[in-house]
Design a binder for this molecule. Structure first.
Ligand SMILES: Nc1ncnc2c1ncn2[C@@H]1O[C@H](COP(=O)(O)OP(=O)(O)O)[C@@H](O)[C@H]1O
Ligand SMILES: [Mg+2]
Length: 160
């Protein structure tokens, strides 16, 4: 089983296509999954999150959670929480903000390194690295089910 998937994303539409592919590989009810999005400012984390939220059936705008910390959605696969921890300086702050209440949904977290304790039990981590005009994407499975999803992405690429 492959726990690691890599792809060069030449432009924004490639980032969005990867997000749709990850969504398609998730179970029909994605409650309780946690996906971490890492990479510097401008790497494409929010682009990926927006495309996944839209793939899950949301047709309106996808506001940035930079100031609200959490943007909640009710989607056909369950509740989804788009989280951006950029402005968090202390993990304790997050506990007070109701982090534990996010357990019932799918959590997609930008800047997870701001709260390493709270994001330790994640299923997947996507890392985006700027490379020329594009991005290098790498996805790792952290949990067993995350690793199985990554393996299915790798298998899917072989079939293309
Ligand atoms: N694969 C890609 N190649 C080039 N530009 C990209 C790619 N993916 C996203 N972008 C662009 O990068 C910019 C910043 O993206 P954003 O998602 O806001 O980054 P972040 O949330 O990581 O700060 C956007 O203008 C977006 O169109
Ligand atoms: Mg962002």
């Amino acid at each position: 089983m492959k726990r690691h998937f890599e792809r060069f994303l030449a432009d924004e539409s490639a980032t969005m296509a990867l997000a749709r592919q990850v969504y398609a590989a998730l179970p029909g009810d994605f409650s309780g999954w946690t996906v971490l999005l890492t990479g510097e400012l401008g790497a494409g984390k929010s682009t990926f999150a927006r495309a996944l939220i839209q793939a899950a059936g949301h047709s309106g705008v996808v506001p940035s959670p930079t100031y609200t910390l959490v943007e909640p959605y009710e989607l056909r696969s369950g509740k989804l929480y788009h989280v951006d921890l950029y402005r968090i300086s202390d993990e304790e702050e997050l506990r007070y903000l109701g982090w534990n209440e996010l357990d019932d949904g799918f959590r997609m977290v930008e800047w997870p390194d701001r709260a390493p304790g709270l994001t330790a039990d994640a299923d997947l981590v996507l890392q985006l690295v700027v490379e020329g005009n594009g991005r290098n994407a790498s996805i790792r499975g952290l949990s067993d089910r995350g690793a199985a999803l990554v393996d299915s992405l790798v298998q899917g690429d072989f079939k293309d």
